[in-house]
Design a protein around this ligand. Structure first.
Ligand SMILES: *Cc1c(COP(=O)(O)O)cnc(C)c1O
Length: 462
């Protein structure tokens, strides 16, 4: 206990960390040189580090701490469940109340006939489940040839072999020979970077039509599903043009393929509805969830599937798939408590009616900065593009992400956790954020951009 609550001096922890801890998505050598920032506690939207600095966490951890930090109710739910039944599995004809209640609750919350739930412990695992599930589904319907899953460049669907293959991150594919066979990628609807001379609406249609071309190229009888995030998160909070999703839905309706909405970030209030597919007006047969379902207090993920998909699966004998922690009772109990708080405290209404409109107005003001090419938001996710030339939507004459990294460092130094994806800055704050906290967020974001701007000018990048 002592080591965690009464910690040794920061440099000792950093040395131990560098000596023994391999960090995800991190250049180990650079980290060892700089030393990791040690976060020791958090409350509401504020993190505290081991030197006592306070940071406004505009990323909600990794897009997940929807109800904010420090909610005792979740700790109590975990404690009570651990004392009654800390673990039991859901294999071999067994179940328990937390898994039963959470499945039923999610069936209630999910739109349409999305009413069956397969449990995992993360978004990556859930998307691995989806790969096997959709292929098994088509085989069960007598169409084992329908194997190909179409996804998008710059999508993020997780980091396991399967889910990283679904994702469209070139740097991830380059390490370890991904993607696996049977996954194909189309363009992302990123107008700022790829739209050229087209207006956003035309560009949205053009991107969506690539799905149709891909289906025709493989043959409808070979394609199992299309997977996409309603709004790309880790790819840089790319909000698609408004023409995009209706056209994708039309194509999914026309061809016999399943639509998988990866709601790992968009789900549970982030867009101002329970799920991003509701905001976008689409009707997926499968949704991936994780992150916000427990507000990150414990790991939990899974796939919500339609009644039709569930019927086919249930009629197809044993599905040889599952995880030791599928339906972990403590994670389910925490999820239920988290969902209760989101509902009873009307956090989705807070996002829709208060926080998102306020953020939208303030965040748009950042576009007045000479180095900001666009500043957009949807619900409580927002991004902006750093550029040396707004009119041309130009990229910097430096490796991608050079100025973005500088901006992120300035942001941290200024008391704000804002992330960079290349030269886009992104935020996704806890849903409980207040207008006064949004003022602080935007003020610090401006200061960080300005600091990076000064640096970029000195370096001759502008
Ligand atoms: C984070 C994320 C995942 C992966 O979830 P993990 O819990 O990190 O495995 C999958 N899809 C999307 C859209 C995500 O943002």
């Amino acid at each position: 206990m002592n080591l965690i609550f009464n910690h040794p001096p920061t440099d000792e922890m950093q040395a131990l960390d560098a000596a023994h801890h391999l960090h995800p998505f991190t250049d180990g050598e650079k980290l060892a040189h700089a030393g990791a920032r040690v976060i020791t506690r958090a409350n509401g939207v504020i993190l505290t580090d081991s030197d006592g600095n306070e940071l406004l966490d505009a990323m909600a951890g990794l897009w997940c701490v929807n109800i904010g930090y420090g909610r005792d109710e979740l700790a109590e739910a975990a404690r009570a469940q651990m004392r009654q039944l800390p673990y039991y599995n859901t294999f071999f004809h067994t179940t328990h109340m937390p898994a039963v209640s959470l499945s039923a609750r999610l069936a209630d919350l999910a739109p349409g006939d999305l009413d069956h739930f397969f449990f995992a412990s993360s978004g990556s695992e859930a998307n691995d489940t989806n790969i096997r599930l959709v292929r098994h589904y088509w085989a069960a319907k007598g169409k084992p040839e329908k194997q190909v899953i179409i996804s998008r460049e710059n999508a993020y669907h997780g980091s396991s072999v399967g889910s990283a293959s679904l994702g469209g991150m070139a740097q991830m594919h380059a390490q370890g020979g991904l993607p696996i066979p049977g996954v194909a990628h189309i363009s992302e609807p990123n107008w700022f970077a790829l739209g050229g001379d087209l207006d956003p609406d035309e560009f949205g249609i053009r991107c969506a039509m690539e799905l149709e071309q891909k289906i025709v190229e493989f043959g409808e009888d070979k394609v199992a599903a299309f997977i996409a995030e309603p709004v790309q998160g880790a790819g840089g909070v790319i909000i698609p043009p408004k023409t995009y999703w209706p056209e994708i839905q039309r194509i999914c309706d026309r061809y016999e393929i399943l639509l998988i909405a990866d709601e790992v970030i968009c789900g549970f209030g982030r867009t101002g509805e329970w799920f991003g597919c509701q905001t976008m007006g689409i009707r997926p047969q499968i949704m991936t969830i994780a992150k916000g379902v427990t507000s990150g207090y414990l790991p939990l993920g899974g796939s919500i599937v339609s009644a039709e998909v569930a019927d086919v699966l249930n009629g197809a004998g044993e599905f040889f798939h599952g995880y030791t922690y599928s339906g972990h009772p403590v994670a389910c109990a925490v999820a239920l408590e988290n969902l209760r708080i989101i509902e009873e405290e009307r956090l989705i209404e807070h996002v829709r009616d208060v926080a998102a409109p306020y953020l939208s107005e303030k965040w748009a003001g950042l576009a007045e900065h000479p180095m900001v090419g666009e500043a957009c938001s949807l619900g409580l996710m927002a991004s902006l593009a750093l550029t040396p030339d707004k009119a041309k939507r130009a990229a910097f004459d430096a490796p991608k992400g050079t100025v973005g990294l500088r901006c992120r460092e300035a942001s941290f130094a200024g008391g704000l956790v804002m992330r960079h994806v290349g030269d886009r800055m992104v935020i996704s704050p806890p849903l409980i954020i207040t207008p006064a906290e949004i003022d602080v967020l935007v003020e610090r974001a401006w200061a960080a951009i300005d600091s990076a701007y000064g640096w970029a000018k000195e370096e001759g990048l502008i």
